[in-house]
Ligand binder design. Sequence first.
Ligand code: ZN
Ligand code: ZN
Length: 370
Amino acid sequence: MEVVSPKAHGGSGEGKEHEEDGENLAAWLLGIQTLKIQPYHLPSLGPHDVKVRIKALGICGSDIHHFKTMRCANFIVKKPMVIGHECAGIIEEVGSQVKSLAVGDRVALEPGISCRQCNLCKDGRYNLCPEMKFFGSPPTNGSLANKVVHPANLCFKLPDNVSLEEGAMCEPLSVGVHACRRANVGPETNVLIMGAGPIGLVTLLAARAFGAPRIVIVDVDECRLSIAKNLGADETIQVSTNIQDVGEEVVKIQNAMGSGIDVSFDCVGFDKTTSTALNATRSGGKVCLIGLAKSEMTAPLTPAAAREVDVVGIFRYRNTWPLCIEFLKTGKIDVKPLITHRFGFTQQEVEDAFETSARGGSAIKVMFNL
Ligand SMILES: [Zn+2]
Ligand SMILES: [Zn+2]
């Protein structure tokens, strides 16, 4: 199963291809804070699949959860798993039925394979598919590997002026784009963002691209707020971690906005950030819950419910890659300032990269160049 028969490859250079198959390496999560580069035998290439040589991969908050605790929400790592999911690369081989892509194409990969059969899939809400197989979410292997096999219809060709690193950034950016779609952000939507980490920042970029005229962003970390300011936030507000300050901070936030807050995105998911969002949002507005810090959230819902504030849940994204690529191609969104650290793909660098990302602080997006 590891080695595809020479006939399946066609063309010249089959022998070489064989050798390379044997050498495919991946970063395996073996235990808490234990990543090892080891061989990864790929599944065989189906007629609708492509083989992609991964060139850029970003570390996500969920990868860090897996790395630190072997779990993320209800997903538990029970056996060794290849980590990583935010990636882009170059097509190296295409399945017999693939017409849309060719060897040498540069592509960004959407990480989740849905069943396409269930009611949610048929309804177009495939991100909610219960059978979803998602890179680096147990038990599905991820994509921090030299090569992966993936369905062609989840690989999106990058224009010449969009780099592979930017292609990998389509994954986190997709979360912001999906959230803005769910909240109907447009040119008349004043937006509050709780949290200036990677997801808060991509939500900021997406909200601006969707036309939001005024965006206020809130965090405890001064350094992250200054990044948000540089990325175009109209106002930044530093807050405490003390829940008793909610009332006072809500007034500050509302004053900074200057008019009603139509949509609030909670990109953190602590009781305090959710409370702040629920209280700060105008009557009839929306609160989108993007960050889910723990399995049970406690926030006073009654006052918000009585003001008809809608609470909207967000899970990953759907059908976002084409729009993300369009935003990057036209320069409407620049994700490059989010990439703060770069590492190669060696055992030492994999360890250093995950430690850097886990430390947080000035590290926004930690990227591998493979
Ligand atoms: Zn991610
Ligand atoms: Zn499904």
